[in-house]
Design a protein around this ligand. Structure first.
Ligand code: AMP
Ligand code: MG
Length: 520
């Protein structure tokens, strides 16, 4: 950790040791007996510029599609504390749980590189913060719950498809082992939402570590509101990185922490072949969770420059551009934090730039390590390993092989006794295969150990787009059995589940989903 006392010249009032106590006064000892969740809404106690109070819109016919009992219990709900007949009302915002204080959060953001000074929760609202029995704090949010002051020209609503999609993909992301917002419930509203055509309206209840984004910092930065950048920084540190709160250079450490969390997250995405699709700064959580499952997708066949989002014409958010975009977004956070320092000091900017360089190097190291583990290379990286990895990736790309299945199947070839016909025997494969075998052998680990390591990081099941489309199609007909089934399968993504092999297969040519769309 760098220590450069005296260089960053924070304003005198900017003392990290003193925290407004009223922000975090959860008292787990005083849990109300009958409350479903213990709410303690710290964000709603920040100054009013941070949010606007809202009421969820009335909807004609709330009906529950499904909810996540396991997650509800982790959040502190007791069995039976949420009666079945109330679930639809609660998860569409028709009935507010005691302690809930709905607000829409203000934020700004760079969207596809263009700065938009006013975004905010335009179709979402924060019901409140739930403190779990073990003291963890989570935002509970409704998405698709109607207009707010931040809705601009939007209707504040969500069609059924994107709600089912976010439910499935976010829960799968969690089971695959990556930090992510989660889904507590999905419900239909009984009213149409008008897009290209009329679609059933729906609401997702989402759980997040918080909804503070890089764009939240940008919101105050563009307004020159230093006081509130400071508050937001203090709040964010206390909520997510309390271990640095007393450090005299907490602003820089915060930048480092957010950066490291993002590196861990995005390298994790890339190892799983995930393309977020809309890595705008308003979709980058400072808690390091995956947030916003709009035009995202797990790749079927591998391509370095794969893009799914229908609006990403220039490949800004393509698979292999994700590292650069992570750093670009972090630079925007750095711009905001710089405002709190002596901006005339070149040393201060250098500190941030040095940190970005370190994060860039960290990204490279973590991605390489994760990708090599997928190949069964689990010990220290050796010269030649990256070249070996790229031989494999280029082979997959040129043969249009399925990313997930190819990695998974490769574990059957650790001892060269697998059915090699699975992989086209091109010259690229003939070149890769013996080198890979030799490298595995050099680890002296035993085939079982290597296979175990590979199968632990190479899933069998991912939420494939063509399967999600089938779930949505059935859902539009009022049949949610596939939705429930797909969620069940994806609870164990690393386990072979023969009875569900249909969820494992790559799409047939006519099933390939080439573009995904924002949930708007
Ligand atoms: P997203 O692309 O989902 O990250 O959303 C970007 C911004 O557009 C956010 O401020 C959203 O709240 C807003 N937004 C998206 N869809 C709608 C909608 N249907 N109504 C109102 N605001 C929306
Ligand atoms: Mg968003």
């Amino acid at each position: 950790m760098r220590r450069t006392a005296g260089l960053c010249n924070l304003p005198a009032s900017f003392t990290f040791g003193v925290w407004p106590r009223q922000w975090f006064n959860a008292q787990p000892g005083k849990r109300e007996k009958k409350a479903v969740f213990q709410f303690d809404n710290t964000y709603a106690r920040l100054p009013e510029k941070f949010f606007t109070r809202v009421k969820p819109a009335r909807v004609p016919k709330p009906e529950l599609i499904g909810w996540n009992l396991e997650l509800a219990q982790q959040l502190g709900a007791q069995p039976g504390s949420l009666p079945d007949e109330e679930l639809a009302e609660v998860f569409t915002g028709q009935k507010l749980l005691p302690g809930s204080d709905p607000i829409a959060l203000a934020y700004a953001g760079h969207q596809f590189g263009q700065f938009v000074h006013q975004l905010g929760d335009g179709r979402a609202l924060l019901l409140g913060e739930v403190v779990t029995p073990s003291g963890r704090r989570h935002d509970l949010q409704l998405k698709g719950s109607g207009k707010t002051v931040y809705s601009r020209n939007g209707d504040g609503k969500a069609p059924l498809g994107p709600v089912l999609r976010e439910y499935i993909v976010s829960e799968a992301m969690h089971r695959l082992g990556l930090p992510t917002t989660r889904s507590l419930a999905a419900a239909t509203t009984g009213e149409p939402v008008y897009r290209e055509r009329a679609l059933p309206g729906a609401i997702l209840t989402r759980v997040a570590a918080s909804h503070i984004r890089v764009g939240t910092f940008e919101y105050f930065a563009v307004r020159g509101d230093l006081e509130n950048i400071k508050r937001l920084l203090q709040y964010s540190i206390q909520r997510h990185y309390p271990e640095i709160q007393n450090d005299s250079e907490a602003w820089l450490l915060f930048f480092q922490k957010v950066g490291e969390a993002q590196v861990e997250l995005v390298t994790g995405w890339m190892a799983l072949g995930f393309i977020h699709g809309v890595m705008n700064t308003d979709n980058m959580s400072i808690a390091g969770e995956t947030i916003d499952f709009g035009p995202c997708a797990f790749m079927d066949h591998f391509r370095f420059d794969k893009v799914f989002s229908s609006i990403d014409q220039f490949g800004r958010y393509s698979y292999s551009n994700q590292p650069q975009i992570t750093l670009w977004n972090l630079s925007r956070l750095g711009d905001c934090l710089l405002l709190l320092t002596d901006q005339t000091s070149r040393e201060t900017a250098k500190l941030l730039n040095d940190e970005l360089d370190s994060l860039s190097a960290l990204f490279e190291r973590r991605l390489t390590a994760k990708m090599l583990t997928k190949l069964g290379i689990t010990k220290d990286v050796e010269p030649g390993d990256r070249a070996l990895l790229f031989k494999w990736l280029r082979y997959m790309e040129s043969e249009q092989l399925d990313y997930t299945l190819s990695f998974r199947n490769l574990a059957n070839f650790v001892e060269s006794d697998g059915d090699l016909n699975i992989f086209p025997r091109t010259s690229a494969f003939q070149e890769f295969y013996p080198l890979w075998q030799k490298r595995l052998g050099s680890q002296h680990l035993g085939a079982e150990t290597i296979r175990g390591a590979m199968n632990g990081v190479n899933p069998v099941f991912i939420p494939r787009n063509h399967k999600i489309e089938q779930v949505i199609e059935a859902g539009l007909q009022g049949d949610f059995s596939l939705f429930h089934e797909m969620n069940e399968v994806l609870k164990k993504p690393y386990e072979e589940q023969e009875e569900f092999s249909g969820y494992k297969s790559a799409p047939q040519p006519e099933q390939v989903v080439r573009a995904t769309f924002c949930g708007t």
